[in-house]
Design a binder for this molecule. Structure first.
Ligand code: MRU
Length: 359
């Protein structure tokens, strides 16, 4: 694998780039200190990048996996039985980080495409075109959601507002532009943002390392605070919205997202703030009846034990669940590219997914 430093900071952050030959992923573990792009040439390298969180954020994981299949097909070149030839690559990518449902979604799209291609002369070229199209349509969805979310913020109040966000649901977590940060970008462009309050998001610090970095690049006014300051800030400041992304949305509207999201939804309800979840329909899993049925991803407890360069030895075991479930009844609105769902429930989610929904 080749390491390459980008010298130019682009106005719009790109976590995923198809170079024409390789998949270039921004190593998000090194941000904001270093901007290093790592070239990926095969599906195994892409699966490792997902497992190690070099690339993270549900839509970005799905897009990277789709390119992983395209890379695998190119290495194979020709086959009389493409499904068997790619079976191990599909399996390895699928198990890399299953909590982000966009991973399964993107691989399903690639599998469907493959099935329609049997007998085609250029399967690798067609699978690459499919991956590029998943990537491009994610950016398009983000722009649509940005506009829909911004309109909701404007409907509530025309003056600039304080908005809280959690984790990183920005350009880095997606094909580009972002889900929650897409809404914040659009709201800022419309003059609706006073200050964005960023939860640092322990233990991975996606808030302080990634969201703060993205907002600073676009000069969107923001303040960083520890996660445990959220209640105090909601009580003492005029914050109107909490806007977050999602890793998986259940058929009843429950939302699985980075640990701490549930706490923010409870706090928002208590303090009378609105709670918005922004996620493309590829994040909605109608096969999951309720959020509690999903297995919550647990990561290595070591992630908790570093304080700066010092490793703490707490003398007790550490426990590191990294996602939680926010019940639908704590959510004011789910924004998707297909439309918005206010006060989500099973019927409204089913309407949205069957295209009957109008916004
Ligand atoms: O563990 P991470 O960093 O992949 O968690 C990501 C999040 O929780 C994001 O907020 C979520 O994936 C939405 S990404 C648009």
């Amino acid at each position: 694998m080749q390491h390459q430093k980008q010298s130019v900071v682009e106005a719009s952050v790109k976590a995923i780039e198809w170079s024409g030959m390789v998949l270039r992923l921004l190593d998000q573990r090194l941000l904001p200190g270093e901007e290093v792009y790592v070239d990926h040439e095969n599906a195994q390298q892409v699966a490792k990048a997902i497992r190690d969180m070099l690339v993270r954020g549900a839509p970005a994981i799905g897009i990277a996996a789709a390119y992983g299949i395209a890379l695998a097909a190119r290495r194979i070149g020709h086959s009389d039985d493409w499904e068997s030839a790619l079976a191990n690559d599909f399996a390895e990518l699928e198990s890399a980080r299953p909590a982000a449902i966009n991973l399964a979604w993107a691989l399903r799209m690639m599998r469907d495409r493959l099935q329609r291609l049997l007998g085609h002369a250029d399967v690798p070229g067609q699978l690459l075109a499919a991956a590029i199209s998943i990537h491009e349509s994610d950016i398009e969805s983000n722009r649509t959601m940005g506009k829909l979310g911004m309109q909701l913020i404007r409907k509530h109040q025309k003056a600039p507002q304080n908005i809280m966000t959690h984790c990183n649901a920005g350009a880095l977590a997606t094909g580009g532009y972002g889900t929650a940060l897409g809404v914040i970008r659009a709201a800022h462009a419309a003059g609706l943002v006073d200050t964005v309050y960023i939860n640092e998001t322990r233990p991975g610090l996606q808030g302080s390392r990634l969201t703060a970095w993205e907002l600073a690049q676009e000069q969107i006014p923001a303040l960083l605070h520890v996660d445990s300051a959220a209640a105090h800030l909601m009580k003492t400041l005029a914050i109107t919205w909490v806007v977050v992304g999602a890793d998986r949305v259940a058929a009843n509207g429950d939302v699985i997202n980075r640990i701490g999201t549930y706490a923010l939804a409870v706090l928002a309800m208590h303090h009378g703030l609105r709670f918005m979840v922004v996620a493309p329909s590829s994040t909605i899993d109608m096969s999951l009846e309720v959020g509690e049925d999903a297995a919550v991803e647990e990561r290595d407890a070591e992630e908790l034990l570093l304080a700066g360069s010092q490793r703490i030895d707490p003398g007790v075991p550490a426990f590191n669940p990294v996602f939680d479930v926010t019940p639908a009844d704590l959510i004011d609105v789910i924004v998707t590219e297909k439309g918005i769902v206010e006060r989500p429930d099973g019927t409204k989610m089913a309407d949205l997914m069957s295209h009957k929904h109008l916004h």
